[in-house]
Design a protein around this ligand. Structure first.
Ligand SMILES: [Zn+2]
Length: 489
C-alpha cells in the first residue's frame, strides 16, 4: 500500500498537513527522527500512518494517561482494534491479558512509569518493535518545562529492545532541549524537522490591569464578550474554582473547572462535555489540554502569568486548530511575576527536604514520608530519581543533589524573567517569540498583537458587539430588526 492510499482510506484525509509528509517519509526509511511541530498540526499521524506500512509494532511512550486513552479511542473510531494503552488505568485482569498478547498489537501506548515495571522490558523483548516513538520528548530534558526523570532511561531501554528506529516528537523546545533529546535518546544522525512555533491565526494580546479585583471584573467582561468556546488558564486550583463561581454568579453559562485535584472520572466527564459543546468555558490549570482534540477553541486566556514561554505557547496553541481567527489574552497586573517565581521553588525540594529524604527514606514508607516532609508530586519524583542513582557516600550524594537543585532553580527563575521581559517589551510579541526560538521569518497577520495592529472586537460574539456599539435600547432594537431582515436565521 502507498502512503496516500492509507491517508485517504484509513484516516479519511485527502492531503497531508504541513510537515507531516516529510516526517513520515523519513520514518518509512527507518531513520531516527526528531520533529518539532506546533500543537494542533497532527503529530500522531506521523507514527500512526507508518504503523500501516511497516511490519511489527509501533511502541509509543507518552507521559499522560488521558492522552493515551484518547489516542486509543480515536484509533478505534477508524476501525483499529489492535491498539492498547498500558497504564495504571487498566485493571489488573485486562493488563494481564494484554501482556500475554503483546505481539498482536499494532500500536502499544505506554507510560514511562509502566515501562520501568518489573518484567515489562522482558515482555517487550518478545515483540517485534518497528518504531520507538517518544511523545512530548521535551520531558527528557531537565531544561524542559515538564521534566520527567523517568524519561532519562529511554535511551537505554531502546537499546535493550534492539534499537528500533526512533521518532521523537515535541511541540515546543528551544535548542538546548533539542540537544538533550538527541543525547539522551541516543539518536543516530537524526533527521531533524523543526517547524515554526508561530501560529498566524492566533492574535496575541497582553491585557493590563492594576489590581486583583480589576482583573476579576475584566475577566468577566472578556468571557461575556468573546466568541466561545474558550479556555482560561490559572496557576492555582483554588482560584480556578473561585472564578467558575464568580462567572456563574454573573450569568455565564456552561462553565466548569478542570484541574489535577479533581478525580479522574470527573476530569474525563468535563473534558467530554467540553468536546461535545455542552460546556463553553473551562477554567483550568495546566493539567488540561494535552490530548484535547477540539478544533474550534476561539480564545485562550491566561489569568496568571505562566512560568515560561514554552508552556505559554503550548497552551495558547490549543486555540484555532481549525485555522480560524482566534485570540490569546494574557492578563497582567503589577507583581504577577511573584507567583511563578514562588512556584518554581515549590516544584523542587528544599534543602532540608533533601537532607531528610536521603537520611530517612529507607526507614519509612512513601506515604508517611510525603506527609511528614510535605512533598509535592514533582518534589517526590525529583528526590526518588536522584536517590535511585545514589551509589556512594550519602553526604556526597546529598551535596550533589543540592547543586543540581540550585542549577535547575536558577534556570527556572531565568525562564520566569524571560517571560516577564516578553510582557514588558514594546516590540512585536510574535517577533520576540520567534527570536527566542531562534527563527527569523514570521508572518505578520492583520491582527498580530497588542503592540502592532489589533482589534479585540473582531473576536466578540456578534450580538455582544452590537450591544456594545449602542447603549440606547431603541438603536439596539433597530439593529436587531435590521439584522433579522438581512439574515433571517
Ligand atoms: Zn505583532
Amino acid at each position: 500500500m502507498m502512503k496516500f492510499q492509507v491517508l485517504q482510506e484509513r484516516f479519511g484525509y485527502s492531503s497531508f498537513r504541513n510537515g507531516q509528509e516529510a516526517i513520515i517519509d523519513a520514518v518509512l526509511k527507518q531513520q531516527d527522527v526528531l520533529a518539532m511541530l506546533p500543537t494542533g498540526t497532527g503529530k500522531s499521524l506521523c507514527y500512526q500512518l507508518p504503523g500501516y506500512l511497516i511490519k511489527g509494532t509501533v511502541l509509543i511512550i507518552s507521559p499522560l494517561i488521558s492522552l493515551m486513552q484518547d489516542q486509543v479511542e480515536q484509533l478505534a473510531l477508524i476501525g483499529e482494534r489492535k491498539a492498547i494503552a498500558l497504564n495504571s488505568f487498566l485493571n489488573s485482569r485486562a493488563r494481564a491479558k494484554a501482556l500475554q498478547n503483546l505481539n498482536q498489537y499494532r500500536f502499544i501506548y505506554i507510560s514511562p512509569e509502566m515501562l520501568r515495571m518489573e518484567g515489562m522490558i522482558d515482555r517487550l523483548k518478545n515483540v517485534s518493535i518497528s518504531l520507538f516513538v517518544i511523545d512530548e520528548a521535551h520531558c527528557i530534558s531537565q531544561w524542559g518545562h515538564d521534566f520527567r526523570p523517568d524519561y532519562l532511561s529511554l535511551g537505554e531501554i531502546r537499546e535493550c529492545l534492539g534499537a528500533p528506529p526512533a521518532l521523537a516528537l515535541t511541540a515546543t523546545a528551544q535548542k538546548e532541549v533539542r540537544d538533550d533529546i538527541k543525547h539522551y535518546l541516543k539518536l543516530k544522525n537524526p533527521n531533524e524537522f523543526i517547524y515554526s512555533v508561530d501560529r498566524p491565526n492566533i492574535a496575541i494580546m497582553i491585557e493590563r490591569v492594576q489590581t486583583a479585583n480589576e482583573k476579576k471584573q475584566r475577566l468577566l467582561e472578556l468571557v461575556r464578550q468573546l466568541k466561545k468556546p474558550g479556555i482560561i488558564y490559572f496557576s492555582s486550583k483554588r482560584v480556578a474554582e473561585e472564578m467558575v463561581e464568580h462567572l456563574k454568579l454573573n450569568g455565564v453559562k456552561a462553565v466548569a473547572a478542570y484541574h489535577g485535584g479533581m478525580d479522574q472520572e470527573q476530569r474525563i466527564l468535563i473534558q467530554q462535555q467540553f468536546l461535545n459543546d455542552q460546556l463553553n468555558v473551562i477554567c483550568a490549570t495546566s493539567a488540561f489540554g494535552m490530548g484535547v482534540n477540539k478544533n474550534n477553541i476561539r480564545f485562550v486566556i491566561h489569568f496568571h502569568m505562566p512560568g515560561q514561554v514554552e508552556s505559554y505557547l503550548q497552551e495558547i496553541g490549543r486555540a484555532g486548530r481549525d485555522g480560524q481567527e482566534s485570540v490569546a489574552i494574557l492578563m497582567y497586573s503589577p507583581g504577577d511575576e511573584e507567583l511563578p517565581l514562588r512556584l518554581s521553588e515549590y516544584e523542587l525540594p528544599e534543602k532540608w527536604q533533601i537532607d531528610a529524604y536521603f537520611n530517612t527514606c529507607q526507614l519509612k514508607n512513601e506515604t508517611d514520608l510525603v506527609a511528614e516532609l510535605r512533598l509535592s508530586e514533582t518534589q517526590l519524583r525529583f528526590l526518588k530519581h536522584y536517590y535511585l542513582l545514589n551509589s556512594q557516600d550519602i553526604e556526597q550524594q546529598i551535596n550533589k543533589v543540592k547543586t543540581i537543585r540550585m542549577k535547575r532553580l536558577n534556570y527556572k527563575v531565568n525562564k520566569v524573567w524571560q517571560m516577564y521581559r516578553w510582557i514588558q517589551s514594546t516590540d512585536c510579541r510574535r517577533k520576540q517569540i520567534i527570536t527566542i526560538f531562534g527563527e527569523n521569518d514570521y508572518s505578520k497577520p492583520a491582527d498580530c498583537c497588542d503592540i502592532c495592529t489589533f482589534d479585540l472586537s473582531n473576536y466578540y460574539e456578534e450580538l455582544t458587539h452590537i450591544e456594545n456599539l449602542s447603549s440606547n435600547s431603541w438603536v439596539k432594537r433597530l439593529q436587531q430588526l435590521l439584522k433579522q431582515e438581512v439574515n433571517p436565521l
